[in-house]
Ligand binder design. Structure first.
Ligand SMILES: O=c1ccn([C@@H]2O[C@H](COP(=O)(O)OP(=O)(O)O[C@H]3O[C@@H](CO)[C@H](O)[C@H]3O)[C@@H](O)[C@H]2O)c(=O)[nH]1
Ligand code: MN
Length: 358
């Protein structure tokens, strides 16, 4: 009917998960794009603090007491005082898709000055296939105004289902603490109008601040690890999840895209505090990356859960010698899957798709 606002895409099939230790004032700026979606707010830190949700939003809010009540002893796998807590929101959601965003991320403008509906772009990314097996030099061939270029095998043009859509950031880029300390005034002003599939066999540093994913395809792999309070490492939550997720997507024949949409990041965290949280990760990752590059998942791993349990065994066997933290993490990976399956008993796990024709 003329004049009736169009129903936003995936209105009843997508939850927006927001971890917060601050406040939710940023939602006012996102209201035009988020108001028709259900929010899952994961309140970190002191559960006795009241987080005010702006009027007009449909939401559920979980604090640490709720997490402990719902998961019981399995709550031990959900981090405290780290944005990693957000993965609890993925677990309790009942929707097919998740979009997660940080509370210091705002609506960015494209080069024409138009407000960017980041959620709409993530949905487009997730609803169109990925091309992990052969790189298309004109970027995402499924976008309006693009296509497969000459020489692209027709046998591969169907693509594969997209499991993850990784968005980027204008203003404060997601730099690690050392880089941010060296370049405190660096701002990202470069708007690159591109979406591309991350090729199979290539890992990437997944940032959790502007991220969409298909929860039915890859949800159980999106565990953000043991970070923050009581842990020797922080702020590697999204990195850990990204390495595990990419490995499993490659095995399952699923795709991950990166690029548009941009959000405007006005970082609120302190680089000196961040350095303390990150520093073990900065040298551990020099061993973690070769580990993930060497992992082979057996063909018997036909679901994400089976892949993840197998991965936890390899983490224990091969990373446990780096630090006992990885033994704890391997156990927490198993607890996460047990909790996931307990809260999502009928969750149909996507069976493995074979990759391209051999
Ligand atoms: O203890 C905490 C700290 C933060 N949060 C919430 O998590 C997000 C991200 O926090 P913040 O914006 O302060 O951190 P950044 O340095 O910008 O974050 C980057 O590093 C990743 C952290 O691992 C993050 O995803 C990246 O964007 C905010 O919503 C905080 O409120 C928390 O819940 N608990
Ligand atoms: Mn931030």
């Amino acid at each position: 009917m003329a004049g009736t606002p169009a129903t936003p895409l995936l209105k009843d099939e997508l939850d927006i998960v927001i971890p917060t230790i601050r406040n939710l004032d940023f939602l006012e700026m996102w209201r035009p794009f988020f108001q028709q979606y259900h929010l899952i707010i994961v309140q970190d830190g002191d559960p006795s603090k009241t987080i005010r949700v702006p009027d007009g939003f449909d939401y559920e809010l979980y604090n640490r007491n709720d997490i402990n009540r719902i998961l019981g002893p399995k709550a031990s796998c959900i981090s405290f005082k780290d944005s990693a807590c957000r993965c609890f929101g993925y677990m309790v959601s009942k929707k097919k898709y998740i979009y997660t965003i940080d509370d210091d991320c705002f609506v960015a403008k494209d080069p024409s000055g138009k407000d960017i509906n980041a959620l709409e772009q993530h949905i487009k990314n997730l609803l169109t296939p990925s091309t992990p097996f052969f790189f298309n030099t004109l970027y995402d061939p499924y976008r309006d105004g693009a296509d497969f270029v000459r020489g692209y095998p027709f046998s591969l043009r169907e693509g594969v289902p997209t499991a993850v859509s990784h968005g980027l950031w204008l203003n404060i880029p997601d730099y690690d603490a050392p880089t941010q300390l060296v370049k405190p005034r660096e701002r990202n002003t470069r708007y690159v109008d591109a979406v591309m599939t991350i090729p199979k066999g290539t890992l990437f540093p997944m940032c959790g601040m502007n991220l969409g994913f298909n929860r039915e395809l890859i949800g159980p792999a999106m565990y953000f690890g043991l970070m923050g309070d009581g842990q020797p490492i922080g702020r590697y939550d999204d990195m850990w999840a990204g390495w595990c997720t990419k490995l499993i997507c490659d095995h399952m024949g699923l795709g991950i895209k990166t690029g548009l949409p941009y959000i405007w990041h006005s970082k609120a965290s302190n680089p000196f505090v961040n350095l303390k949280k990150e520093y073990k990760g900065i040298y551990w990752q020099e061993e973690l990356i070769p580990f993930f590059q060497s992992v082979i998942l057996p063909k018997e791993c036909t679901t994400v859960q089976k892949c993840y349990i197998e991965l936890s065994k390899q983490v224990r066997a091969k990373l446990g010698k780096i630090d006992e933290y990885f033994i704890k993490l391997a156990d927490a990976m198993v607890t996460w899957i047990e909790a996931w399956d307990e809260l999502n008993p009928s969750g149909a796990s996507a069976e493995v798709r074979n990759g391209p024709a051999k």
